[in-house]
Design a protein around this ligand. Sequence first.
Ligand SMILES: Nc1ncnc2c1ncn2[C@@H]1O[C@H](COP(=O)(O)OP(=O)(O)OP(=O)(O)O)[C@@H](O)[C@H]1O
Ligand SMILES: [Mg+2]
Length: 248
Amino acid sequence: MRVRLEGVGRRFGDHVVLDGVDLDVAPGEVVALLGPSGCGKSTLLRAVAGLDGVDGGRVLLDDGAVRDHDPRCAIAFQEPRLLPWRSLTGNVALGLPRGTAKRAGEQRVAELLDVVGLSGFAGHRPRSVSGGMAQRTALARALARRPGVLVLDEPFAALDALTRLTMQDLLLDVLAATPTTVLLVTHDVDEALHLADRVVVLGREEGHDGARVVRTTAVDLAHPRDRGDAHLASLRAELLELLGVPRA
Ligand SMILES: Nc1ncnc2c1ncn2[C@@H]1O[C@H](COP(=O)(O)OP(=O)(O)OP(=O)(O)O)[C@@H](O)[C@H]1O
Ligand SMILES: [Mg+2]
């Protein structure tokens, strides 16, 4: 599914957060969004998923306007937000489209738990699994409806460094099996460069109060990517500089 933002603006009272954001994401493309804390990344994702409106411009999914809580989008956050009284199976089932037949739903949930490596924990409650396992459950729940757009807001930020790397590769495996348009917010430049076809930086520009796209960097490297790749290292240096991290 294609995602298009045309001159998107969003303000809260006098506070202009987004000020003319233009972005075009091709079907099946993975775009990572970077930008300083508070610059409006989550606000932008909420607009794409139809969780919140915009004050200017438009958000289009496959050329149709985004709908309230758009059923074509699935979203996952930094915290898994699972229901503690439901099993992992029950939580993943929450992501199924409304009206899914019982048998087909059970099959889909079992398949997804397998994809994220949790078949052996299907009956467990969230409190009896690790943070990484809970986050994999949230990812499975997001995938359950076969979303046209997968919207991920710092999905791996709360995980330890090693689990985070494993989760990134798990996501790539899932996307290789089921190509999906992905909009991913992260603060981790390496994560953005490992996962994305394109890295988009939001920030302030002269003459604008709110954030807009200040840089788009294509990452023309096939998967699997070598995390130590020299080209990635030079892109990383460029992006860190743009984000205001001084060179050592
Ligand atoms: N519902 C709201 N009401 C008022 N202000 C809001 C609301 N939602 C967001 N904001 C403001 O909009 C700005 C952007 O917030 P947003 O959460 O989009 O930033 P972010 O880029 O995701 O930051 P972070 O990287 O820290 O997650 C912030 O100043 C925030 O306080
Ligand atoms: Mg945010």
